[in-house]
Design a protein around this ligand. Structure first.
Ligand code: F6R
Length: 264
């Protein structure tokens, strides 16, 4: 596990964009796993800037988003479909037919739909690089506390904390979805490489539990400790509760020296 400590949100976004851009250049037909929310907004902005100024090419890229609210039409302004269109897809040349987002409008056989989502990830060759944010309760995707560490894409009831954190963007509380379709923790752990971004003091407790706490279904992100290639890119505020910051800096220096490819 690599922990990259940055000063603030802007630095986190730039560093994440540098790594994602490097991965896209190294493998133009890369399969990306994408996240929504406030955290990756800066990353998408940086990637759009690199696309415009440095011809970063997404024309052969395939993407799979982590999750979508259940019951929201694609055109709903708070849907993750809308978020991705507005903040990324409309501004880069990633072909829409290769951009996959769980469909929040499905009704009925959720298991069959989720199994098809899993199959399409497999058919694309699996996720090469998964971008993650983290919830205050340690969720990744919408894998709320007590999600099975082996879980796959499925319908998931949102926790009270997640509803509280997100309902301000909906015009009324009744409009806030109560469930989502989300990739599972098992799905995420199958990605070849994971980048988790976090910024701000509100994430400090969850980040510390994910990196330094025991592996537990009470903190979904702690499952990442079992993944062989995870990089946390976090700012000072999000790193506030970590006890081994000096060691992480030392590891980073040594990685730069001996295994720079892990940071490219
Ligand atoms: C979003 C997602 C969530 C968010 C998390 C943090 O696709 O899967 O796990 O990453 O809720 O959200 P923000 O970045 O808004 O704090």
């Amino acid at each position: 596990m690599l922990v990259v400590l940055k000063k603030d949100y802007e630095e986190v976004s730039r560093e994440a964009a540098r790594m994602v851009a490097g991965a896209v250049r190294a493998k133009p037909d890369i399969v990306l796993g994408l996240a929504t929310g406030g955290t990756p907004l800066g990353l998408y902005k940086e990637l759009v800037a690199l696309h415009r100024a440095d011809a970063l090419d997404f024309s052969c890229v395939t993407s799979f988003n982590l999750d979508e609210y259940l019951g929201l039409a694609h055109a709903h302004p708070q849907s993750f479909h809308c978020f991705m269109e507005e903040n990324f897809f409309s501004q880069v040349n990633l072909p829409r037919e290769r951009a996959h987002i769980p469909d929040g409008t499905i009704r009925g056989d959720y298991d069959a739909y989720c199994e098809r989502y899993e199959q399409s990830i497999k058919s694309a060759g699996g996720i090469d690089l998964q971008i993650l944010g983290i919830g205050r309760n340690g969720h990744i995707g919408f894998n709320e506390p007590t999600s099975s560490l082996a879980s796959r894409t499925r319908l998931k009831a949102l926790s009270r904390e997640t509803v509280e954190d997100n309902r301000h963007v909906f015009s009324s509380e009744s409009e806030m979805p109560k469930c989502a379709i989300t990739m599972g923790i098992g799905t995420i752990l199958e990605s070849r490489r994971v980048l988790l971004l976090a910024s701000g003091r509100s994430k400090a407790a969850a980040v510390a539990k994910a990196i330094e706490g025991p592996i537990t279904s009470s903190v979904s992100a702690s499952a990442l400790q079992m993944h062989p290639d995870v990089t946390f890119i976090i700012d000072e505020e999000a790193a506030y509760s970590l006890t081994q910051r000096d060691y992480y800096r030392h590891v980073l220096e040594m990685t730069q020296l001996f295994m720079p490819e892990r940071l490219s």
